[in-house]
Design a protein around this ligand. Sequence first.
Ligand code: F6R
Length: 614
Amino acid sequence: MCGIVGYIGEKPVYDILINGLKKLEYRGYDSAGVMIYNNELLIKKSKGKVSNLENLFSNKKDKKGTIGIGHTRWATHGPPNQVNSHPHVSNSGEISLVHNGIIENYDSIKKILLKKGYTFSSDTDSEVLVNLIEDIKKSKKIKLGKAVYYALKQVVGAYAIVAFDSTNPKELVGARLGSPLAIGVGESEYYFGSDATPFLEFTKRCVYLNDNEMVIVNLKKGLTLREIKKDSIIDPYVQELKQDIEDVEKGGYEHFMLKEIFEQPQSITDTFRGRLISPDEKISISSLKRHYETFSSANRIIFISCGTSWHSSLLGEYFFEELLRIPVEVEYASEFRYRNPVINKGDIVIPISQSGETADTLAAIKMAKEKGAFLYGICNVVGSSIARETHTGVYTHAGSEIGVASTKAFSCQISLLLLMGLALGEKLGTIDKKRYQRILNELYELPKTIEKVLKSNSLIESISENYLEAANFLYLGRGYHFPIALEGALKLKEISYIHAEGYPAAEMKHGPIALIDENMPVVVIATKKGNYHKVVSNIMEIKARGGKIIAVVSEGDEEIEQLADHIIEIPNCDELIAPILANIPLQLLSYHIANKKGCDIDQPRNLAKSVTVE
Ligand code: F6R
């Protein structure tokens, strides 16, 4: 959600900014803009894609300059248009600013500035902030860094910002509260990014700002980091990043989403690395080992998350209650944070997040922490805010996920949850030894089994041809497959804009069955074991009403083959492994339907990869 880039150094800045913005496109945006300084400020902005912005640079002279900032905007205050796009410039024309987040008290600040004679051309809170900075700078006769500091003391809300003052063009000032900001440290040059991807190809040395921190990078004086609340200078922690630029490129696939679907065997191998070394060795998750005691004495586990990560949480509940016999609850972070949940010491709260930056999940963590819960985070992005705000936790190590629709991150989350459930169940003595070993053997083989499932890709592509005109879809699953039905429906909605609902199969009779006719495709997950025969009855009910059935079944199933319009087989496996496999054909089905409909798969309309505002 909104992307920020910036550069100060000796290289031509235009390509750094434009390529950086393209690398952040996955975050979701509806307009883009840059400021380039070359003895004067040049601002160009446009609605729509970064390519529209590039078209505004037909004159080579405009590209000159070695300092600049850029932004992709995901509209909050005011519609997506050229005026509301960033960078915003102060009334004097001296200060320019890019901002990700929301300034909640912008209206009251705006009123004060209006009284002082400031004028505003956009509807944004960000234009208010840049003028507040200017007002403070001029009235106190101070430099940009100090003015940003005083301005941020006045604002309520969330932000990552980068600001530039053309009267002192040797420095850039950045700050964060609630929205991410990374600084790439090169040789006499500095980069800014909402994450490290815009500058990975230039430097792997990175400083991630924490909340309430601001940074001044000055070509002469270097990098100064300051804690805003305590007003103290702090030593920057410069991390050496391990990520490669190939991680964030498409590698020959048409879309990031498809690349990420096919990367799943490797991603899960990475999730398990060092944790599941062989089925004959004990599972080794170091943060769990340190806290076995906390888990064994836990009264309750509460998962908090949003979207796809919420579906992982739901499956986590099913796995943990089965394997640990500890009561588990699953909460939408956005609901949890605004009600008054009962949380006691002895409760373990497990936030799950791919990005580690989701604003609602972050706020829910802070609330649970204040109430005395123990926070065990499951995150993908290393060093993200959620990883830092939790007491301890575990990374999924799925690798960079660029496609807005989450695929490999989800598979890694649920595989890791099952691994954790097994490790804890074994330790607590709540799982039968033979069963433990059987599931562990299958988990160990999971990357290879997923390779087999991916072989259905062309079959699924041909099935998808039949459903390009469908207006609605129903997804049904029972038990461990219910969260997968929800996830399958979400994937289809997100990227193809077809309305889809996920339901527990048995709930169909309580309402959704009224929707079924020959125009309603129903995706049913009906693998052997569990409630297989009951799901077969549900399939019959759909067939009796003319619904079209796409069934995900266990290899060799002949019963459903007779009933369904299309079947997609997955290998026979334990019922706890089956949801991980069954999800993959649903990802491919959504992908092919959306692709054949000509949808913008990696950047679906209105969506953002990292939802950093509530
Ligand atoms: C769906 C999707 C979103 C995210 C949700 C939470 O494909 O990606 O629903 O799952 O916005 O994001 P994270 O996991 O980053 O907290």
